[in-house]
Design a protein around this ligand. Structure first.
Ligand code: COA
Length: 263
């Protein structure tokens, strides 16, 4: 259901249910959650590329599984939805940068996965959509991630119409950051993002991700206090000291030297 390939320092995580366009069920949700937790804790992994095997990135929740929920008690149903929420949160808060590699379709919960990743790049022809209302359900668990990405105004239009749209529209509303003409160009774009990430400090990247979530959750005064604590920690850290010293001495910072030694 999930292929994980670590070629240090790059991990690739590939949804692998091609028969159903990588729709996810409870088992896959657990696998994705556990995998991102584990990769997030590994020092030898610096970046994660998240994609799908077969024709699509992901067609959202497996509708056979969703439909079976009617046999569960309300509490079991809620608990199951919470597990899905933990999957999105684990991806979003992963200390390693996560790049979504999107092709084919990214619908419903699949479009939600896109919003949970740090950087999303898609082939021009990808079909996106928050199609839940077409099925009589709602984009509930993905809403916090999608709204954080595109804003409530744009979410209103697409959550209400459930219409399908292509990558240029996804780019326009901020759901993704880059569009490629074809899959070769998609991989070239991803490679260039990976190269940028590998020249940045791993601890600083994790702290920058925390900074974004922390600031977004606070009001102006409290976010400034939070940011002051964060920069105080970063500039006094071993990594911050080494990085600034390397710049002043026109040397390579230690994380680049280490990367060059291991490749
Ligand atoms: N859950 C379960 N099965 C799904 C699925 C989903 N979310 N999405 C696709 N599938 C299954 C289809 O039922 C079909 O199964 P079958 O071969 O047993 O008939 C198989 O995947 C192939 O899908 P099909 O629709 O025949 O392929 P396609 O290339 O014409 O279209 C999609 C692909 C992804 C565009 C289309 O299947 C689709 O729109 N899926 C619904 C996605 C959706 O609305 N998701 C939101 C869920 S919250």
């Amino acid at each position: 259901m999930l292929k994980v390939d670590v070629r240090k320092p790059i991990a690739s995580v590939i949804l692998n249910r091609p028969d159903v366009h990588n729709a996810f069920n409870d088992e896959l949700v657990k696998l994705v959650t556990d995998t991102f937790t584990e990769l997030g804790a590994r020092d030898d992994v610096r970046v994660i590329v998240f994609g799908g095997n077969g024709k699509s990135f992901c067609a959202g929740a497996d509708l056979n599984w969703m439909k079976r929920m009617v046999q569960y008690s309300h509490d079991q149903n809620v608990e199951d939805a919470r597990a899905v929420g933990r999957m999105y949160l684990t991806i979003a808060k992963c200390p390693k940068p996560v790049i979504a590699r999107i092709h084919g379709a990214a619908l419903g919960g699949g479009a939600g996965l896109v919003a949970a990743c740090d950087i999303a790049v898609a082939v021009e022809s990808v079909q996106f959509g928050f199609t839940e209302v077409k099925l009589g359900i709602i984009p509930a668990i993905i809403a916090p991630f999608v709204i954080a990405r595109v804003g409530p105004g744009r979410a209103r239009e697409f959550f209400i119409t459930g219409e399908r749209f292509l990558a240029p529209v996804a780019l326009n509303i901020g759901l993704i950051q880059h569009v490629a003409a074809h899959e070769l160009a998609l991989d070239a774009l991803i490679d260039s993002k990976v190269s940028q990430i590998l020249t940045s400090a791993p601890g600083a990247i994790a702290a920058a991700k925390e900074l974004i979530f922390g600031v977004a959750a606070r009001n102006l005064e409290s976010s400034l206090e939070f940011a002051a604590e964060a920069i105080a920690m970063a500039r006094a850290s071993a990594e911050g000291q080494a990085g600034m010293q390397a710049f002043l001495e026109r040397q390579k910072p230690p994380w680049i030297e280490k990367a060059e030694k291991t490749t």
